[in-house]
Design a protein around this ligand. Structure first.
Ligand SMILES: [Zn+2]
Length: 262
């Protein structure tokens, strides 16, 4: 038995707006907001319905702490999950509802003179709606909105050679994030090993997830660990925060520097 203490998600310094007073926010001089978007979605027998929300929150907090000058807005715990409605208690927003909610939040930020918003999505149904919102915010208000998504694929590439990060729904990497960020909600004793889902499609087919993954989850959740969760969060922070720093230095403009042609 290992006597090492599993890594835990840090809770300080506090960056969550819902936990800060007006005085603390005024003293902080924050100019950027992170908006975590998750889902309320069936994640098999061993992971909680809020897995994607906990993941989005954990990543947003890690990015905000490392970057500085940033607050994390209250999470959106509902996402676009129609493709998971085959399983009980999954709750979904329409894509246009989510786009409208994102627009309302961003326009509230603009009202207060805040022009820097980073959306952190940890669920595959959300980015198209976030993208629609971002394009309208850019066109109507000149607001540049950054969208982070696809955490599993990015972590897989970053950690290749060290770890084999899966891209399953409710598999090993999602278990790792939950064991790192909210271990009291996981049932590792109920985790099993299902065939990995095939995802290397030449085209995107929008359909029920039941046609892809009959049980509603796949992968090896039993192989997850808090230590892997911590490694994923650290790797993604190391990828995202330097880019956001550069974006800050360049005034959040999409310019030739992004293509490295200057
Ligand atoms: Zn998930």
């Amino acid at each position: 038995m290992s006597d090492t203490i599993p890594p835990r998600r840090p809770s300080a310094p506090e960056v969550r707006l819902e936990r800060l007073t007006g005085a603390a926010v005024a003293e902080g001089g924050y100019d950027k907001a992170f908006l975590p978007i998750g889902a309320t979605e069936y994640h098999g027998p061993s992971l909680p319905y809020g897995t994607d929300t906990v993941t989005a929150e954990t990543l947003a907090e890690a990015f905000a702490r490392d970057l500085g000058g940033s607050l994390v807005l209250p999470s959106l715990s509902y996402g676009v999950s129609h493709h998971h409605l085959a399983w009980p208690w999954t709750l979904s927003l329409r894509p246009d509802t989510l786009a409208l909610v994102v627009r309302d939040i961003a326009e509230s930020l603009l009202h207060h003179g805040l022009k820097k918003l980073v959306i952190v999505s940890a669920h595959d149904g959300n980015p198209p709606a976030a993208n629609v919102a971002a394009r309208i915010l850019s066109q109507e208000h000149g607001m540049a909105v950054a969208i982070f998504s696809g955490w599993q694929g990015k972590a897989r590439r970053l950690l290749a050679g060290e770890r084999d990060i899966d891209e399953d729904h409710a598999g090993q990497s999602e278990m790792s994030l939950v064991l790192y960020a909210a271990p009291e909600t996981a049932r590792l004793d109920l985790a099993d090993h299902q065939p990995n889902q095939f995802m290397d499609h030449p085209i995107d087919l929008i359909d029920s997830f039941a046609g892809t993954v009959p049980l509603g989850y796949s992968g090896n959740a039993a192989g997850g660990s808090a230590e892997e969760g911590a490694a994923i969060v650290a790797a993604l922070t190391g990828l995202v925060v330097p880019f956001l720093r550069e974006l800050d230095e360049r005034g959040w403009k999409r310019g030739t520097w992004m293509s490295k042609i200057e």
